[in-house]
Design a protein around this ligand. Sequence first.
Ligand code: BG6
Ligand code: MG
Length: 216
Amino acid sequence: MKIKACIFDLDGVIVDTAKYHYLAWNRLAKDLGFEFLPEHNERLKGVSRVRSLEILLEVGGLTFSDAEKEQMATLKNEWYLEFIHKMTPDEILPGVLTFLSELRNAGIKIALGSASKNAPLILQQVKITQFFDAVIDGNKVSKAKPDPEVFLNAAKELGVDPSLCVVFEDAEAGVEAALNGNMRCIGVGSPEVLNRANLVIPGFENFSLVSLDAVC
Ligand code: BG6
Ligand code: MG
């Protein structure tokens, strides 16, 4: 196998934090006088905090000044952090730990490529920081997925050519970002949504290095 590095998205791939994002966004929507439905939340996957707020306000048909929006995003993040601070290693999605250990044992480098500014805290909460040779999060990038910046920075920090990297992603924009960066991509989730990925898996249970060979 020629793969030298695996780059993981965080939210929806390693942990299911989408539910906490949803609870916090819905609380804000309720304060603003409307309901933010679970199906609206799908549009926020892989999208930055500021862009997520803009989508939420679009759904509610509301407009605010930049200063007001900044306040709202801060408030939502405070509520989100209340959930994150309670997270434990039990919340790591099935099969992830086994796969990370397998990669380490095989000498394959591991990086995180996430749009979240809370990514380092979440890794800490679920106690898996030590697996990662590089962590590129929302604080370290200026261009959002589908721009490949986050994944290219990860490859650079690992010292691995992009063509030798595989990205694991649950968001359509993330799959595009990987392909735009000349990387292989394994979608984690629904084949209908992630149809541009080289392979789509429902999760990491029953997934191993051998299965990785199929796309490399
Ligand atoms: C992404 C999530 O990983 O991070 C998005 O899929 C989220 O839903 C984005 O908006 C930014 O997260 P945070 O933690 O910086 O608000
Ligand atoms: Mg994600």
